[in-house]
Design a protein. Sequence first.
Lengths: 429, 481, 130
Amino acid sequence: MPYTLKPTKAFDVDNESTEYLSTHVTAEDRWVMNFGPQHPATHTTLRLVLELDGERIARCTPHIGYLHSGFEKLGEHLDYNQYVTIVSRMNYLSPIANDICWHHAVETLFDVEITPRCKVLRTIMAEIARCQDHLLCTGAAALDLGAFTGFLYVFNVREKIYDICDFISGQRFHPDWTRVGGAMMDLPDEAMFKKLVKALVNEEIPRAVDDLEKLVMRNRIFLDRTVGIGEITEEEAIAWSLSGPIARASGVRQDLRKTEPYLCYADNWDGQGAEAVKFKTPIATEGDVYARFRVRLEEIKQSLEIIKQLIDEIPGGPINVFSDSKMTIPPKSEVYGSIEGLIQHFELVMTNRGWDAPVGEAYGANETANGELGYFIVADGGPRPWRVKTRPPSFINYQMMAKITEGHMLADIVATLGSLNVVAAELDR
Amino acid sequence: MLTSTHSSIARPCCIPRSHIPTPRAVLSGLGGSPAPLIGPPLPQNAHLAYDASPMNSQLFISIHIILIVIHVILITVAYLIYLERKISAYIQDRVGPNRVGPLGLLQPLADGIKFMIKEDYQPHGADKYLFSLAPIAIIIPALIGWAVIPWGGYWDFPGFTVPLVGWVLEPSRVLIAAANVNIGIIYLLAVASLGVYGVTLGGWASNNKYSFFGALRASAGMISYEIPLGLSLLAILLVAGTVHPQSIIESQVAGGWYIISQPIAALLFFVCILAEANRAPFDNAEAEQELVGGYHTEYSSMRFALFFMAEYSHMVTSSAFLIVLFFGGYHLPFIGLTHPAATGLLAVGAKFFVLYFKVLLVISFMMVIRWTVPRIRWDQVMKLAWNNLIPAGIALLIITSVWVYLGWTAWWQLLGMNALLTVLIIALMPLLPRSQTNRKAQLAGSRFSPLPGEQVSTAPTSSAARDDQAPAVPSRETVGA
Amino acid sequence: MLLAVSDLSVYVPIGILVLMAVGFAVANIALTLIIGPSREGAVKGQAYESGMNPLMSARKRFNVRFYILAMIFLLFDVEVIFLYPWAATFGQMSPQTPEGAVFLGRIMFFLFTTVVAFIYAYRKGVFRFD
C-alpha cells in the first residue's frame, strides 16, 4: 500500500472514539495473574485468574474450592438439631440467619407451626443478623476502596450484636440457637434482652450507619470508584437467578419476606389475626456497585424499623412447640437433677435413638442478607436427613463476577467483589 | 583549594541588638505594601560570601546543621510512624500502640529492632543487584532533599577557632541550612525526580507481578505529578523573583504569606506532594487491597524499612517545602523573634522550632486525609494530573506572568487574580468534554466485553491461564539474575 | 539570583549528606544481613502471587501506553525546567518596561506551543489511561 503523506484523520482524532490501543495485542502478550486465594482483598479464599491488558481485565476466571469443608455431606451424618452447628459455619457474617433458615426448612418438612413467641424472637434475630451482614458488607465496600476508617466505624457495632448473640445462646460468634420447633432455651432475662436490642436499634446502629454515610456516601472519590462499576441489568439479574440486595439493586422486585412470607412477615402469624410487620423493600435500578451499597444501607434502616415494631410486642408463652419434652432436650437442671430428665436427654442424644422424621422432601428458604438462602431436605424417616442441598446466595451471585468485571480495571475487581459480598464458605459446601 | 571569587563583596556586619524588630514593626511588615525591613538591608548575595580558609564559617555551620538535622529527621521519621498509628487510632475510635514503654512511646525502637532481626530475603527470580540497589536508591533522595531548607534563617556567627587544627572562623552571618546553594528550589525538583528510581527498580527487580504493577503506577504517577508541582512553583518564583528559599521567606514576610496571595498554587503543590510521597488518596503504588504490597511486596526486614522510612522522609521534606514556600517558613506574625531580621542564637532556635512545628502540623493533616478518604483509582489519578492539574497550572502560570509584568504583585491583587482564575475555571468546566471514567472497554478475547463482531470463545486466551498445573519451581541456578 | 558560582564549597555539605545517606542505607542492610537469620527453600524463593504458583514470568512486554506517557512527561518536564531561569529573572524586572514585554511575549509563545502540544496529545487520546 502506498504511503500517503496526508492521512484521512490527521489532527482531529476524537478522544472517545479512538480505537483502544492495545486491541492490537495478541493474547499471548497478555499478563496472566492470580488474584487470590491469599490476597488481602478477597476477604476469604477466593481465586480469580485474571488476563490483563495493561490494567484492563480482558478475562476473569473465578475458581472456587479453596475452603471446601464437606458441609453438605456432614448433613447426612448429623441429626436435624445437630446440623445447625454446621449451617452456621457456612456463613461467618450472619450465622444466626443460617440457623433460622435451616430450622425453617426442617419445620417445613415436619409441618410444625412454631409458637408466636418463638416467631417474634426469630424475626428479631433474623433482622439483627441482616444488619450484622450488611454492616460488614458496606464497611468492607469502603475498606476495599482504601477507606479503612469507615469500615471500623460500622465494625464496632457488630461487637454489640455479638453481645446479644452471646446473651441469648451463650456463644458469641456461632450461636447455634435454634432447635426444631423452637430454640435451645428461652431468653435468660427478657428485660435485659429488650434493653440490649433497644440500645442497638435506637442508638448504636443508626449512629454507625450515619457515620458511614457521612464519610463515603457523597464522597467524590467514592462515587468515582463505584458509580457505573459492575453494572447488572434487570434482565441479567433474572437470567442469572440473582437474589437479595444484588438483584434488588438492579430493579428486580423480589423479596421472599414479601412474596413468600414466613415468620412475622406473614399475616396472622400468632393465629389471632396479627398483622404482618410493616417494612419497605428498597429497590434501585442502576445495578452498579453504588446502587448495591445504597440498597444495603437502606435495608439496615428497614430492618431497624421491623425490630422496633416487634421488640415491645414479644408475646408470652412457651418458646418450644413441643411441650412434652419428647423432642426438646430438657434443661440442664432437670438432666442432672432428676432421673426422668436424664433418660429424656439420653434418648434424644444417643445416635440410635432420637425421634423419627417424616418421609418426604421439603424446601425452605429465607430472605437472608445476601439473598435467598434455601435448604432442600430429602428425609427417609430416620433421625438424620438422607440428603441436604443448600442453595447459597453467594454461590449464585458469584457467577456474575466474570461478566461484570471484564472490561473494567484491576482496581475495580475489589470494589465489585466487595459489593457481591461473597462468603467463601458458602461457595464450597 | 577553595579560592574566593567574591572577595569584593562586603561581608555583612553584625546587626546591633537594637535592630531586632519590635512586634509592631513586624506587623507593618505583614501589610499590603512592601514595607522595608527593620535594620540594615541584607547585602545582595550575602549568602555567597566566603573566605579563603579551607573551612569557612558557612561550611562549618552547614556540617553541624547536617549532623543535627539528619538525626532530628531520622528520629522524627521513626516517631511519625508512631504518630500515624496514634492519629489513625483516634480517628477510628481505638487506642493505638500503648504496650511498649509509657504510652507506647518506645514502639519505634521495638519496630526498629524487629526490622533488624528479620530475615533479609531475596526471591530466586529477582535481579540480584537491582534488588539490593532499590532501597538505597530510594532512601538517598529522601534523606538529601531537605538540604536547602533554611531551618533557622540567618545567624550572626560570633567566630570560633577550631581546636587542634587551628582554623580561624571569622565572625560572619551564616545561613542555618545544610547547603546554602543559590539554586534552592531547582535542587528540590532535581532530588524529587530521583525518588522514582528506587520505586521503579524495586518493583521491576522483584520479578513479582504485583510489584511490577506498583512500580509502573508509581513511576507514572510520580513523573506526572512533577509537572504540576513545577508549574505551581513557577507561580511562586515569578512573584518572589528568586529561587533561594531564604529570600522567598523574606519576600513573604515583606509581602504576606503566599498561601494568601497564591492559594491555587498552594493547593496544586499540596496535592502534588501527596502524590509524590505516595500518600493516600494517591497511594496506588502500594494499594494493599489491589496489589498486596505494591512495589515492596517482596521486600523484607531492613530493606522494607528503608522503603517505609523513605516515604516518611519524603513527607517531612515536602511538608517543609510547603511551609517554606507558602506558609512563611519559620516566620510567625506578631512574634519578633521569628522575623528574618532577628539573627541571635535564641531567634535561630525559635525559628527552628516554629518551622518544625509547622511541618508536624502539615504531616498530621496528611495523616488525617489518609485515614478519611478512599483511594483514587490509578487511571483517575493520572487523569487528575493531566486533564485537570496541568491545565490549571499552565493557566495560573500565564496569568501570573501577566500580573507580574503589570506590576500587580501586592497580596490583594494576586488574590484577586486567583479569584478570577477560579471563576474562569468554574465557568469553563461545563464546556470541556467529559470523559466516561468507568466505562467498560471492549477487548479482544473477552467473553463478556468483546470487540464488535468478534467470535466469543470461552476457552482462556492465554496459554498461561490454560495451563493451571504447577510449573517446576524455579531454582536460583536456572533463573539467574 | 541565578549567578554562576565558581566557588563550589557550598556543595560540599550536599556531598557529605549523600555520603551519610548511602552510609546509613548500606550500614542498615549490612547489619540486618549479619543479625537476621538466613534460610533457603525452593518454594520460599518463589515470587508471591497470592499463594499460588506464578502463572507466568513478570519479565514480559507491557502495554505501550506507559511509553507514550514517559515521552509526554519528558517533553513537559524539560519545558518546565526551561521556565525556571526565566521566572526568577522576570520576577526581578521592574514592571511594564519594553524589555519586560519582550520577555513576556517570547515566553508566551513558548507556552503557546506547549498548549498546542498538550491539546494535540489530548485529542490523540494519550490522557485516557485505559
